[in-house]
Write a protein that binds this ligand. Structure first.
Ligand code: AMP
Length: 399
């Protein structure tokens, strides 16, 4: 086992995911998930040394869930007492303008994360519970919060400001925050490395295409634009989220369809996107439906792709020219050659070209899939948010 390990915890509203990671060599030593917290029957899964242990039992709250996780480490390994856990890294979705960087958690930091709940009502309450319980159960090591929003705190005001009345925006902290920042940061650094350049010397566009999807423009290592906004609802078409729509659609639904604000909120976040258009939010299922000739699924794919191409084109303009790299990551970006091929083919007028053979190779390694004479290098870089959290945690406590 390596010298130091970091326990990375991602506590959601009814789930807790965890990984024990060695930040130096990037190895995920053990991992698992507690699901359905607060429901009649919960599920815990723990993976270590090629074995997966699953149990079904009621898990009343995050405290019970995390205690169960520690029991699983005791029962199935590795032994946390000898794993040299030097810190716990917590994923936090919303850091607002308060946290431009990872932060060692104190009582005051917990209160600040709690104070950001109005900006992330679906995420920050679970994070706060997870942090509180983890600090109680593992009191001898530092706990660090790593925020999805921090990487985008470098956006210029022209990019993060919505054209709303200034005092209203200020009073209610309304601005573009951006999300998936840990992934965009990790992937952009690795993309630069893969083409043999320093991240500070590269201009990049990163497409994080998973069930949530976002795109960023990164100039010399600093994020200058991103598609998600005040919340993760804005931007690209996603599994169940609309991405960009005319905000007047909300008023229209309220007035004409008689929907409540909560119903509209649920519809835009959970029943729209690919699911709304084709009845399927899982991309593999969408591709299967297209194969069966579904016109709805084909339209969903086309809308998804059109939005991506539109954003990439506008981000090239934001960067003032062609970037060095366009990188695909996350579930769809890493695994779906057809999405990469169609996106790049739509950009052929810019001299950007994909190599179909390289693009069809499946691999867990970062790789270049463009032709040698393409004006922009196209990459596939598997994301690893947990590893990035463990590394940011480690570098903060080593300072
Ligand atoms: P993520 O949120 O990054 O886990 O990505 C989830 C999305 O990636 C889902 O829409 C999955 O259907 C999609 N996905 C995962 N693996 C594959 C695959 N092998 N082929 C196509 N889509 C995939």
């Amino acid at each position: 086992m390596s010298d130091h390990t970091v326990l990375v915890i991602n506590a959601g509203s009814s789930t807790v995911k965890y990984q024990l990671i060695s930040p130096e060599d990037g190895a995920a030593i053990a991992s698992g998930i507690v699901e359905r917290i607060g429901e009649e029957t919960g599920i815990v899964k723990h993976k270590y040394a090629g074995q997966e242990h699953t149990e079904n039992l009621p898990i009343e709250d995050h405290g019970v869930g995390l205690r169960k996780v520690l029991d699983l480490f005791d029962a199935h390994g590795p032994n946390l007492a000898t794993a040299n856990v030097v810190a716990v890294g917590h994923r936090v979705v919303q850091g607002g303008s308060v946290f431009p960087a990872p932060t060692v958690i104190t009582d005051e930091v917990v209160e600040q994360i709690r104070g950001l709940i109005p900006l992330a009502p679906l995420h920050n309450p679970g994070h706060v519970r997870g942090i509180e319980v983890a600090r109680e159960l593992l009191p001898d090591v530092p706990h660090v919060a790593v925020f999805d929003t921090s990487f985008f705190q470098t956006l210029p005001a022209s990019a993060y400001t919505y054209a709303l009345p200034k005092d209203v925006a200020q009073e209610f902290s309304i601005r573009r925050y951006g999300f998936h920042g840990t992934s965009h940061q990790y992937v952009s650094r690795l993309a630069a490395h893969t083409i043999g350049k320093d991240v500070a010397d590269t201009n990049q566009i990163v497409l994080h295409l998973g069930s949530g999807a976002s795109v960023s423009a990164i100039k010399q290592g600093k994020a200058v634009e991103t598609s998600m906004g005040l919340t993760p609802l804005e931007g690209l078409v996603m599994g169940t989220r609309t991405g960009d729509i005319d905000p007047a659609i909300v008023f229209h639904l309220y007035r004409e369809a008689g929907m409540s604000i909560d119903e509209i909120d649920t519809m835009l976040n959970k029943q729209s996107g690919l699911k709304g258009l084709a009845g399927q939010n899982d991309f593999r299922e969408l591709l299967r439906l297209i194969g069966e000739g579904s016109a709805d699924a084909q339209l969903a794919f086309d809308v998804f792709l059109h939005r991506i191409v539109k954003y990439v084109g506008s981000y090239m303009a934001v960067l003032g020219g062609l970037p060095d790299t366009i990188t695909f990551t996350a579930g769809v970006g890493e695994n779906t050659a057809i999405v990469r091929e169609k996106t790049v083919n739509a950009l052929s007028g810019f001299g950007i070209a994909i190599d179909p053979e390289l693009n069809s190779v499946r691999s867990d390694e970062p790789r270049i899939v463009s032709t040698p004479d393409s004006t922009v290098k196209i990459l596939v870089v598997p994301t690893n948010e947990e590893l990035e959290i463990s590394r940011q945690t480690m570098s903060l406590i080593s300072e």
